[in-house]
Ligand binder design. Structure first.
Ligand code: ATP
Length: 250
């Protein structure tokens, strides 16, 4: 059974069809890239998976269970974490507190506990988890800094640590390489390659080098349709894919 199954999803915005019967299967432990020229429907697909956008038709299922009316705040309970385009960090919270917000899923009392004050033992365990996530991305020494004081590449790592702290089964990354330098992109390839082997990753990304080096499976969208799906080598050799990108560039 696939970890994530997007089946025949169509999304219409008024008269515009942003996605037309798109299907994507994501297996546990695989890194799956969603690529395509500008306006192909990548963000719309990401938003459907996250529950930001409701499909006009079709379905999204996690571990075989169809999600109905799911919303972004349901993702954590499904073992899914995401990072968004940009950073989404809270400017007035320290790096550690930003990551603790992601760790809250593991607190039995959850958000309510945070409001009412949770036990010291639980608080300490959460902090330990958050610090471990920061350390795994090499940014633990910045735990007590405000995000704005860090260079962009390190802030991206903090955003990734916040997603990873809940130890998700599925990590959704929307343009993780955006704004990174070439060497930071190389580091990101290493970070994704070093994730827990059973964790699945879905990434929407423009940087082809990164996609080709880190993904095992790729789905290519063009004008809202899947035009190719397969290994990086298969997708690169597909004439429809070359034509879609050449057409977009002309
Ligand atoms: N909320 C919306 N209302 C109307 N049209 C939308 C909306 N969101 C997206 N679209 C349109 O749907 C199509 C797909 O857009 P989408 O942002 O998903 O593409 P994309 O592949 O992510 O593009 P890019 O690479 O430029 O980010 C585009 O034609 C876009 O203009």
């Amino acid at each position: 059974m696939s970890l994530l199954a997007v089946t025949d999803v169509t999304v219409r915005f008024g008269g515009l069809t942003a996605l037309a019967e798109v299907s994507v299967l994501v297996e546990p432990g695989t890194v799956h890239g969603i690529i395509g020229p500008n306006g192909a429907g990548k963000t719309t697909l990401f938003n459907v998976i996250c529950g930001f956008t409701r499909p006009t038709s079709g379905s999204v299922a996690v571990r075989g269970k169809r999600l109905r009316e799911h919303r972004p705040h349901h993702l954590a309970g499904l073992g899914i974490a995401r990072t968004l385009q940009g950073l989404g960090l809270f400017a007035h919270q320290s790096v550690l507190d930003n990551v603790l917000i992601g760790a809250d899923r593991h607190s039995s009392a959850g958000v309510l506990g945070a409001l009412l004050g949770r036990g010291a033992k639980q608080e300490a365990a959460l902090r330990e988890r958050a610090m471990a996530a920061l350390a795994s991305l090499g940014v633990d020494k910045h735990a007590h800094t405000l995000p704005a004081a860090l260079p962009y590449g390190l802030r991206k790592r903090v955003a990734l640590a916040r997603a990873l702290v809940s130890d998700p089964d599925l990590l959704l990354l929307d343009e993780p390489a955006a704004g990174l330098s070439e060497s930071e992109r190389d580091e990101l390839v290493g970070l994704i390659g070093g994730l827990r082997p059973e964790m699945a990753v879905v990434l929407v990304e423009h940087h082809m080098d990164l996609v080709m080096s880190v993904c095992e499976q790729i789905t290519v969208l063009n004008f809202g349709r899947v035009i190719a799906t397969g290994s990086p080598a298969a997708v690169q050799a597909d004439p429809d894919v070359a034509e879609a990108y050449l057409g977009a560039a002309s």
